[in-house]
Design a binder for this molecule. Structure first.
Ligand code: HEC
Length: 126
């Protein structure tokens, strides 16, 4: 096999473009499962469902006066008022006088960060 060296050289030349410039970007291949997306937070998609599940037992329209301390979290206009009054974020972040959900586990950090992002954006009806 007197042509072996030249064959190896050719094989190497063909293989190089296929392998030499290919690299894996870990972040593209495996997005961080713990990553928290706080961009473009929507009232309808991100905020209202959490309030409905975690807060409506005490803060829905029909019960808030009796067991929700007079805080109405039912509907965007009411939530916006509580957010703009700077009551909503301290309550869920547990940095204020009242820690919500009352008697329940603190919301996940990502959910709290998403609320903050939405409140900082003016608590829009989006
Ligand atoms: C078990 C009933 C209950 C649940 C569930 C609950 N709350 Fe409350 N919340 C209250 C009561 C009662 C008050 C009045 C203050 C107090 O007595 O602690 C209150 C007060 C508040 C206030 C006013 C805080 C202030 O600074 O005056 C906010 C904002 C609030 N809740 C938000 C929430 C949010 C958001 C959730 C869900 C993540 C939630 N609450 C879940 C009962 C509840």
């Amino acid at each position: 096999m007197k042509h072996l060296p030249i064959l190896c050289l050719l094989a190497g030349l063909f293989a190089l473009p296929l392998t030499g410039c290919y690299y894996d970007n870990e972040e593209d291949l495996y997005p961080d499962p713990n990553a928290c997306d706080t961009t473009d937070i929507s009232y309808v998609t991100h905020i209202a469902p959490v309030l409905s599940v975690q807060c409506f037992s005490c803060h829905a329209q029909d019960v808030y006066n009796d067991i929700g301390g007079g805080i109405n979290l039912d509907g965007h206009a009411n939530v916006n008022t509580v957010a703009q009054n700077n009551q909503l974020y301290p309550a869920i972040a547990h940095t204020g006088d009242f820690q919500m959900p009352k008697g329940g586990a603190k919301l996940p950090d990502c959910t709290i960060a998403q609320f903050k992002s939405w409140i900082d954006a003016g608590a829009p009806n989006n």
